[in-house]
Write a protein that binds this ligand. Structure first.
Ligand SMILES: N[C@@H](CCC(=O)N[C@@H](CS)C(=O)NCC(=O)O)C(=O)O
Length: 213
């Protein structure tokens, strides 16, 4: 049985939507960060970084959201959520997944945890403001790519694991001055994704309410 360790709205959102899209049986396990459960020994044995999410799939313990998404698609989607290995489309999937996880997600983490990079309040505010500005530039790049792709999804016509990932990260910009939803193509993309049953079910199960992005 698959188990996804989660906290509502955290980085588990992308793999959760993918699990719902796949329709495979799985169980959600709450890691209550309010109670610091992500720093407790039991959870650290699964994920030594103390970050959410983690996935159990039989004997496999897997961490890192992008790796979890790839694993689920490779094992359970019969090629529906990832293009075939060795194709140009697969290469583009790697490109955008890396960009989402190691560039945009990393900058969002700086925005949400600026106190880890500075100590006095003015410096913390500056780190946060700079992260917000950099996130806006990254969102513009994604907007331009979506416009160029000519399709409904990041890879064009094929819905892939990139789309729940992009949705999750765009959602995290919802309280920024220049949120992703204000871009023409991303705005339509977010509305399109929010109508997808897998996304609706995920939000319900995690107890998330509007505004979703
Ligand atoms: N690289 C990790 C990062 C995950 C991450 O930063 N998760 C956040 C929640 S969205 C977290 O666990 N924060 C708690 C903390 O940093 O103490 C991944 O992609 O899985």
């Amino acid at each position: 049985m698959i188990q996804l360790y989660y906290y509502p709205g955290n980085a588990n959102l992308a793999p959760h939507m993918i699990l719902e899209e796949l329709g495979v049986p799985y169980e959600l396990v709450l890691v209550d960060t309010e109670k610091k459960e992500h720093q407790a020994t039991a959870y650290l044995q699964l994920n030594p970084t103390g970050k959410i999410p983690a996935l159990l799939d039989d004997d496999l313990v897997l961490t890192e959201t992008a790796a979890i998404c790839l694993h689920l698609a490779d094992k359970y989607s019969q090629g529906k959520l990832v293009p075939s290995v060795g194709t140009p489309q697969r290469a583009q999937l790697y490109r955008w997944l890396m960009y989402l996880t190691n560039t945009l997600q990393a900058e969002l983490i700086t925005y949400f945890y600026p106190h880890r990079l500075a100590t006095d309040n003015a410096a913390i505010a500056q780190v946060k403001a700079h992260a917000e500005a950099r996130v806006a530039e990254m969102i513009d790049l994604l907007e331009n790519n979506l416009a160029r792709s000519g399709g409904n999804y990041l890879l064009g016509e094929q819905f892939s694991i990139l789309d729940p990932y992009l949705f999750m990260l765009c959602r995290w910009t919802r309280n920024m001055q220049n949120p992703a939803r204000d871009r023409e193509h991303l705005g339509k993309f977010l509305n399109r994704l929010a109508e997808r049953p897998c996304v609706k079910r995920t939000f319900d199960m995690e107890g998330l309410t509007a505004p979703y992005f």
